[in-house]
Design a protein around this ligand. Structure first.
Ligand SMILES: *Cc1c(COP(=O)(O)O)cnc(C)c1O
Length: 464
């Protein structure tokens, strides 16, 4: 078949039952738009085959993001692929559903008046954090201007373990980041150290419910108390934004007794990723403000909606509406008891697998998956002295079997410490955990029985 005849191919000109009608004999251009068209089935086959190289998302224990939803959710979201979330006047029912989700999330986080709560869905937590951060910056600016003081040098306090979106926030919105560094075995923010960094230019403190590095909750209530005491001494009132990207949809179900949310008056805004433990495929996050006055009017645009007015707070314009429908489906389908059961199951898997890993002489647990179902471990200090492998080697060897279990250094001041982490999600069963454990043990056995084999792998560039 001459090269050009692959284009515009008609089924009758080829042997139809053969693989993609024999249209795959030639390479498709990778960096230029093809001149000619091809049959849908051919394009489908080419791309479908290529995507197999991505591996199975179910074996991706690096990601916090949902890799499974049930059939009804898939069906519902499939029929709503055409809905643009921004067209609230055109898709008023989807807009209604978004508003209901906002109130439900506000209630889950104990907002004082959840039916009048303000907030928005976003494309993910990164956008939600930007909006929460902007809320802090604009409120601080208004307070400073009212007092006739300079607004030149805003700063934001956070742990060195923050997700990269907070570094982006600080750089994009010209806010000085003030980091509480790790110290010894503490890999999260310490309230005492955070308070030491406060001054009159502090727009707020970010507390994390579910640190990306080790899955631990930060002590938000103690942080709030430390800031109360600091305010009594100095008169400086510093708000808290809670980054609950993962824990915002875990703590209300698994640890309802922990006070981290709007029960603390100092918490003015909270974000979470619907696509993490909200159990929706990638493309949805939430940010909620404690009360309408906590959302600066300057950040709000107004859109037409069924002849009325609706608040529009976003950085992005067009985005998929079906993710919000997927979120609403989960809320109705699971309810509070369903979320609790799903997450209890994940936590049970995390605890059982972490226990077995921790019992191996090679490893020491840092966290066991009791906060969010995420845990990490390090090489045992004694064992490491004579070990002929690193955690990067373990990660690389596991990858040969399809498992993605990243190894990476802890944040600044403890970046000498390399850890390996597992994020347990709904689709990771006890049986799969057992398979993973067997493979981890096999890797250790391999190195122990090949003393001539030295460490080879290096940091493969894992990004938080
Ligand atoms: C994942 C994560 C983010 C970013 O969330 P996206 O939804 O991926 O944009 C921010 N903060 C924390 C703590 C996270 O775990």
């Amino acid at each position: 078949m001459p090269k050009e005849s692959r284009s515009d191919e008609s089924p009758s000109s080829s042997l139809v039952p053969t693989y993609a009608a024999r249209a795959l004999e030639h390479e498709v251009p990778k960096f230029t738009l093809p001149e000619q068209s091809m049959l849908p089935a051919t394009a489908y086959q080419i791309i479908h085959d290529e995507l197999r190289l991505d591996g199975y998302s179910m074996l991706n224990l690096a990601t916090f993001v949902t890799t499974w939803m049930d059939d009804e959710a898939n069906k519902l979201m499939g029929t709503a692929l055409d809905k643009n979330m921004v067209d609230r006047d055109e898709y008023p029912q989807t807009a209604q559903i978004e508003q209901r989700c906002i109130k439900m999330v506000a209630e889950l986080w104990n907002a004082p008046d959840h039916e009048n709560a303000v907030g928005t869905s976003t494309i993910g937590s990164s956008e939600a954090c930007m909006l929460g951060g902007m809320g802090m910056k604009w409120r601080w600016k208004a307070r400073r201007e009212a007092a006739g003081k300079s607004t030149d040098k805003p700063n934001l306090i956070m742990g060195a373990n923050v997700q990269v979106c907070w570094h982006k926030f600080c750089r994009y919105w010209e806010v000085e980041p003030r980091e509480v560094t790790c110290e010894g075995d503490r890999y999260t923010l310490s309230p005492e150290e955070a308070v030491k960094l406060v001054d009159e230019n502090t727009i707020g403190v970010v507390g994390i419910m579910g640190s990306t590095f080790d899955g631990r909750y930060e002590p938000i209530e103690e942080l709030s108390q430390a800031l109360d005491e600091h305010e009594k001494r100095t008169g400086i009132d510093v708000p808290i934004h809670v980054d609950g990207a993962s824990g915002g949809f875990v703590a209300p179900f698994l640890q309802p007794e922990i006070k981290w949310d709007f029960r603390l008056p100092r918490v003015k805004s909270i974000n979470a990723s619907g696509h993490k433990y909200g159990l929706v495929y990638p493309g949805v996050g939430w940010v909620i403000f404690r009360e309408p006055e906590d959302l600066p009017e300057e950040l709000v645009f107004h859109v037409k909606y069924l002849g009325g007015d609706m608040l529009d707070l976003s950085i992005n314009f067009s985005r998929p509406g079906n993710r919000i429908i997927g979120q609403y489906y989960n809320f109705l389908r699971l309810g509070k008891s369903g979320y609790r059961k799903v997450h209890e199951a994940s936590r049970a898997v995390a605890r059982s697998l972490s226990k077995r890993i921790g019992e191996l002489p090679a490893f020491d647990l840092i966290t066991d998956g009791s906060d969010i179902p995420v845990f990490c471990w390090k090489l045992d200090d004694e064992y490491a002295k004579t070990a002929n492998f690193t955690l990067y080697d373990v990660a690389e060897k596991l990858r040969e079997r399809g498992w993605l279990v990243p190894a990476y250094p802890m944040p600044r001041n403890r970046s000498d410490l390399v850890v390996q982490r597992v994020v347990v999600k709904e689709d990771f069963s006890l049986d799969m955990a057992d398979n993973l454990f067997t493979d981890i043990k096999r890797v250790v056995d391999f190195y122990e029985s090949h003393p001539e084999q030295g460490p080879t792998a290096e940091n493969a560039g894992f990004h938080h």
